[in-house]
Design a protein around this ligand. Structure first.
Ligand code: UD1
Ligand code: UDP
Length: 393
């Protein structure tokens, strides 16, 4: 069986590592993987670093699309992916998450009848102003096999009319599976290596673990100067009042948008030695930071979950989240970008201990997915044979 994997943005490269690892370990004789990098993320520390560190095979193709408006970026990807699909003729295209690279793969493949596998299907924020919400809904509805990381994701698909079917699955009779989270597979696999193989904690003087880890990159936060301003004001006040370091590996989008902050605020951020703004870090470095932080403040989907995997309370800089289990468990609080709410949440969560019931699977989601693909391939071949036998008669 030949699969063609589309990656493009940082979290997709990370997610793809789990499937590539499962193929190498358990399915090398039965699954051939071709990897296409759209080039959506391209800085070394947003892309290459993950291939080097996580043992992901180098991409067979790189479309080098780079940054552009949604329409232009997605259109260039569609055109490039279509060309490659025509050459490679895979049995399945594998799409991760909810980025423009996901949507481009979904449009290109569905129009030329290549079966789509959507990993991280079914998640909904119920906010269609998020580009990601549009991408994930559109992708789900042209997919043949949909793998949800959470029970809520599975239920969302049922609510949208997906049915629990027996295979063989096709685009008109798709199969839905709750399988756990491939990101959890990765976090378990790499957790022990994080401190062994990186020195980020000592480099940043964080070995006393007295720090908060923060990440910000959602367009809703970065592209609205008032929201970005409120977030930075909150971080400054928390660092000052709680006498704690705030470590912020800065996404390139946020780095650019920080230029829109009032210069007086930028000066205060730069002058505060407890605010440590650093370049984006590698996955192992990120895990080392997450495991040792007292608290995580983020608008990232992946970082919210990793906070949960590593039993850290999390403040979510969004009005809503598709990872609702974290809120239900009481280990995460939604604060939008309001300074007052952010500070109140810090008061509630910092230095507190919580229960973190297991909700993201057993760390073997990638193996489960590979097996389902093979099973469906077999069932489809049988059903084609049955039909051709009927015609022969
Ligand atoms: C994208 C995804 C988002 C995901 C995030 C993960 C979409 C619509 N958004 O958002 O869902 O959570 O990736 O990080 O697909 N840039 C660089 N170097 C890079 C990459 C980006 O400088 O290597 C800068 C460019 O100025 C670019 C901006 O970041 O315009 C935004 O990049 P883009 O990929 O469009 O969106 P993200 O905000 O990264
Ligand atoms: N990450 C990383 N280095 C960083 C910031 C994040 O390796 O400096 C990892 C993080 O551990 C998680 C993933 O990137 O696995 C999340 O990606 P991001 O926040 O960019 O996107 P999202 O998950 O919101 O789509």
């Amino acid at each position: 069986m030949k699969i063609l994997t589309i990656i493009g943005a940082r979290p997709q490269i990370i997610k793809a590592a789990a499937l590539s690892r499962a193929i190498k370990k358990h399915f090398i004789a039965s699954i051939q993987e071709v990897i296409v990098h759209t080039g959506q993320h391209y800085d070394t520390n947003m892309s290459q670093v993950f291939f080097d560190e996580m043992g992901i095979p180098e991409p067979n193709y790189n479309l080098e699309v780079g940054s552009a408006s949604h329409g232009l970026q997605t259109a260039q990807m569609i055109s490039g992916i279509e060309e490659i699909l025509e050459i490679e003729k895979p049995d399945y295209i594998i799409l991760y998450g909810d980025t423009n690279s996901t949507l481009a793969g979904a449009i290109a493949a569905s129009k030329i009848h290549i079966s789509i596998v959507h990993i991280e299907a079914g998640l909904r924020s119920f906010n269609k102003r998020m580009p990601e919400e549009v991408n994930r809904i559109l992708c789900d509805h042209v997919s043949t096999l949909l793998f949800t990381p959470t029970k809520t994701g599975y239920q969302n698909l049922l609510n949208e009319g997906f049915k629990e079917n027996e295979g063989p699955f096709t685009v008109d009779k798709p199969g839905i599976f709750h399988c756990g989270d491939v990101m959890y597979d990765n976090s378990l696999f790499f957790a022990d290596m994080a401190e062994e193989k990186t020195s980020i904690l000592s480099e940043l003087n964080l070995t006393n673990k007295h720090f908060i880890l923060a990440t910000i990159h959602r367009d809703h936060n970065t592209d609205n100067p008032l929201r970005l301003q409120d977030i930075f004001e909150a971080l400054l006040e928390i660092a000052l009042e709680k006498k704690i370091k705030v470590v912020l590996p800065l996404h390139p989008r946020t780095k650019k948008k920080m230029e829109t902050l009032p210069s007086e605020l930028k000066e205060r951020v730069n002058a505060n030695t407890n605010i440590q703004i650093i370049q984006p870090v590698s996955f192992l470095e990120m895990i080392a930071l997450e495991k040792n932080a007292q608290l995580i403040i983020t608008d990232s989907g992946g970082v919210q979950k990793e906070a949960y995997y590593f039993h850290k309370p999390c403040i979510i800089l969004r009005p809503e989240t598709e990872w609702v289990e974290i809120i239900e468990a009481g280990t995460g609080i939604l604060v939008d970008a309001e300074k007052k709410k952010i500070k109140e949440a810090v008061n509630l969560l910092l230095y507190q201990t919580f229960e973190f019931p297991s909700i993201y699977g057993d760390g073997h989601a990638a193996e489960f997915i590979c097996q389902k693909l093979l099973d469906n391939q077999k069932k489809n071949q049988k059903s084609i044979k049955k039909k051709s036998d009927v015609f022969a008669v």
